[in-house]
Design a protein around this ligand. Sequence first.
Ligand code: MF3
Ligand code: CO
Length: 253
Amino acid sequence: MVTLKTPEEIGYMRRAGRIVAACHREVAKMIRPGVSTWDIECMVEAFLLERGAKPYTKGYKGYKYATCASVNDVIAHGFPSKEPLKNGDIVKIDIVAQLDGWVGDSAWCYAVGEVSPEAERLMRVTREALELGIALAVPGNRLGDVMHAVQSHAESNGYSVVRDLLGHGVGRQLHEEPNYMHVGTPGKGYRLKEGMVFTIEPMLNQGTYRMTIDRDGWTARTADGKLSAQYEHTVAVTKDGPLVLTDQDNLED
Ligand code: MF3
Ligand code: CO
């Protein structure tokens, strides 16, 4: 069942989302060659706890950390590690906070030092795919409209869209209905209604969309070892249009 949120509830979710956004702003300041994703993990956990928020992923389905830290060919759900980041790496940091019972979820892809033009382009196109999807998150549109925009932008730029990891509704829980791939057909799929809150979190690969999971049971990698990028926001559908609850701009609102 898809639970619709009242404007007041969306206000609470905005507060959770704002903490995630502010935390990403601190991550951005830390990213450079020599820093490890373990250093980032420690900062993120402390940042959330200091603000009264719960690092939601820690203990979730046996996951042990406050962040997912996914480097280069790791698509998602990588474990933070003491291995230093290197110049030219791209790293996806995924943060989920729960504040007063409400969840905010956002992942961001960061360039470490100077990255290749190819990595830069993959990151840019992925960010654009997210923005194109967000613009269509309005009442009356369907999920297929949103995801078609994501998919066609990815594929027209020569990238593939991961199919095996899904976007999801968000609320008091991280994973609510609906669940969907970031590919779609216009006019198909769930019809968006005022009060729906869900993630748009496209994962774009340079090569195949196929992935493997490491023996740790979590780390998802591209099957061909090529790069993958992801950006994720938690988005509310309102009568005034899409409201990005984890927006990193306007944190002073
Ligand atoms: N942002 C991820 C998601 O969309 C976070 C889940 S990681 C997990 O589901 F460890 F909590 F599963
Ligand atoms: Co998510």
